[in-house]
Design a protein around this ligand. Structure first.
Ligand SMILES: *Cc1c(COP(=O)(O)O)cnc(C)c1O
Length: 359
């Protein structure tokens, strides 16, 4: 078979390892705990009117609701196909291929580096410290030549909140030179940790949000970039003309009505309770080390995690193997599902881990 089609592709694309999304990895099971999704579908209404017309690029009702929800101005918000598209737009808007770099701090969410590679942007790393906080010295050394610094808090997959003082320190260091992106995809699980109120102080702070996690709407692909109006204006030049399908905007707007927000807050409360229960249960296994989490998952270290991952999958329980990430050898990440699903997981672990290893 001819390979010239592949040869025609850009070198950066030929070399690319695509983002390993939970869906792409796949698996057969009925207990899906690998993508930090909400475990049940939420109700919505669809009018289905006017589908003959192109939708507004930035539907005003949606932007207004999100502005209210996050207590900022509508001109500080961009809606996109998930927070992932926000990351892509930031790279395409601010980074020149073959010239600029982005900096990120693994172990963390991998979309930034995949996206940077796609566009031939250098990605640099400043690994987190052993307690999973920012290594300020290392970051300072790597910053020259970077346009974007990507941070994630609470950090996926380590689960901890980054120290606000460290982020503030970095915002001072980067003023006039870099944008600092803080990915708050899970902020609903620890709302007090949001840095949204800093947007007024720091024109180069960018916050990413999504409806995919606490709002239980991963299927509609809707996320938000929060930043000062100058940043938003530039991103609007680059975004596709009609990024949000009309039904997506309609469902997203409903989710942000007062009832939608209080339903979300109830889900968060219930998931946080289930997380506490699951953490206690996991702590009963002598060979497991479970880490604290401020979000809707738990990360734990177990001997032979690759094997355990497979054995759970054979029982229909799909979790996420994080072993390939630097510093996360033998770590599995499990999304908080329903209490029943968590019970199924604990029962499976009780069977799989040798009995003398449980307390
Ligand atoms: C899930 C996730 C996203 C992606 O959000 P979408 O809005 O579904 O694209 C972004 N950042 C982090 C840290 C995530 O875990």
């Amino acid at each position: 078979m001819s390979t010239f089609i592949t040869d025609l592709a850009r070198e950066a694309v030929r070399k690319l390892t695509p983002y390993q999304s939970a869906r792409r990895i796949g698996g057969n099971g009925d207990v899906w705990l690998n993508a930090n999704e909400y475990p049940a579908a939420i109700p919505f209404q669809l009018s289905g009117h006017n589908l003959n017309r192109y939708p507004a690029s930035q539907p005003p009702a949606l932007i207004k609701s999100y502005a209210q929800y996050s207590a900022i101005n509508p001109n500080q918000i961009l809606a996109s196909r998930g927070a992932d598209e926000g990351i892509e737009l930031l790279i395409r808007t601010f980074c020149t291929p073959g010239q600029d770099a982005v900096l990120f701090c693994p172990p963390t969410y991998g979309m930034v580096t995949v996206c940077a590679e796609t566009f031939d942007i250098e990605s640099r790393i400043a690994p987190l410290t052993p307690d999973w906080q920012l290594d300020l010295d290392l970051i300072a050394k790597q910053l020259p030549g970077c346009k974007l610094l990507y941070l994630c808090s609470p950090n996926n997959p380590t689960g901890n909140i980054l120290k606000p003082d460290d982020i503030e320190n970095l915002l001072h260091q980067t003023a006039g030179k870099q944008l600092v992106i803080v990915d708050e995809a899970y902020i609903e699980f620890c709302p007090n940790a949001s840095l949204c109120c800093w947007l007024a102080r720091f024109p180069h702070l960018v916050i990413l949000r999504t409806l995919s996690k606490a709002f239980a709407l991963a299927g509609i692909r809707c996320g938000f970039t929060l930043a000062n109006p100058e940043v938003i204006k530039l991103l609007l030049k680059v975004i596709a003309p009609y990024p949000l399908p009309a039904p997506v905007a309609e469902i997203a707007t409903q989710a942000l009505y007062a009832e939608g927000i209080s339903a979300m807050q109830q889900r968060v409360q219930q998931l946080n309770q289930t997380r506490c229960w699951l953490q206690q249960q996991l702590q009963q296994f002598k060979t497991i080390t479970v880490y604290d989490s401020a979000a809707n998952w738990l990360l734990f270290k177990a001997p032979s995690a690759d094997q355990l991952f497979q054995q759970l999958a054979e029982r229909g329980i799909i979790v996420r193997n994080q072993s390939a990430q630097p510093a996360l050898n033998n770590c599995l990440r499990v999304t908080i599902g329903t209490p029943q699903q968590c019970q199924v997981l604990i029962s499976a672990l009780t069977e799989l881990l040798p009995p003398e290893e449980t307390l």
